[in-house]
Design a protein around this ligand. Structure first.
Ligand SMILES: *[C@@H]1O[C@H](CO)[C@@H](O)[C@H](O)[C@H]1NC(C)=O
Ligand SMILES: [Cu+2]
Length: 184
């Protein structure tokens, strides 16, 4: 027996109401044959405790690619209201990039899966990078200043104990730097 009909039989036996079939064929991120856009962000741009740029507008399906300058930065997904800590157990985390000079040989990529804002920070506690301004956002809600990057950063300065990071690299891809001569 086909597994889906097995499921329907099983669900019917439990008294579930069968849902109307849904049309999954419309998926805007898959209809385009054009290459994905990649948005480059540099952690530690210009030797400062910033992500540059830190306020990114990225269409659904595009890639945000984090590059790492010295010293030992990272990127972790957070939330607007709780800066400097992972949003949840699934928050992306690219690991630490301990380098002394130049750029890391590796980058961390994430995919923009929907239009919701994606908040992120650097989890380097040694120097309180997040509280010092190392935070950023993809697709900030520009209509609502209450939830702006500026307001988020205000909150970040007040964080006493930054939360830890994930145990593993997750939620994205750590890959060889595709543009090592980018000159950031
Ligand atoms: C980089 O920073 C992390 C977090 O503070 C630390 O655990 C790790 O040892 C550091 N790596 C180096 C090589 O300094
Ligand atoms: Cu940092």
């Amino acid at each position: 027996m086909h597994s889906s009909s097995l499921f329907i039989t099983f669900a019917a036996a439990l008294g579930f109401v069968a849902a109307a079939p849904t049309d999954n064929t419309y998926n805007p991120t898959k209809t385009s044959s054009s290459p994905r856009t990649t948005h480059t962000v540099v952690a530690g741009r210009g030797g400062r405790l910033i992500f540059g740029p830190d306020n990114i507008v990225a269409e659904v399906g595009s890639i945000v690619e984090f590059h790492f300058n010295p010293l030992n930065h990272s990127v972790v997904e957070s939330s607007f209201g709780k800066p400097c800590q992972p949003k949840d157990a699934d928050s992306f985390f690219g690991g630490f990039f301990p380098i002394r000079q130049g750029q890391s040989d590796e980058v961390f990529q994430i995919e923009v899966k929907d239009t919701r804002p994606i908040w992120f920070y650097c989890a380097q506690n040694n120097g309180a990078h997040c509280q010092s301004g190392m935070t950023g956002v993809v697709n900030q809600n520009f209509d609502c200043q209450e939830f702006s990057l500026r307001a988020h950063r205000e909150l970040a300065t007040k964080v006493q104990e930054p939360g830890g990071v994930q145990a593993n690299i997750q939620g994205g891809w750590r890959i060889p730097n595709p543009n090592p001569l980018g000159g950031f």
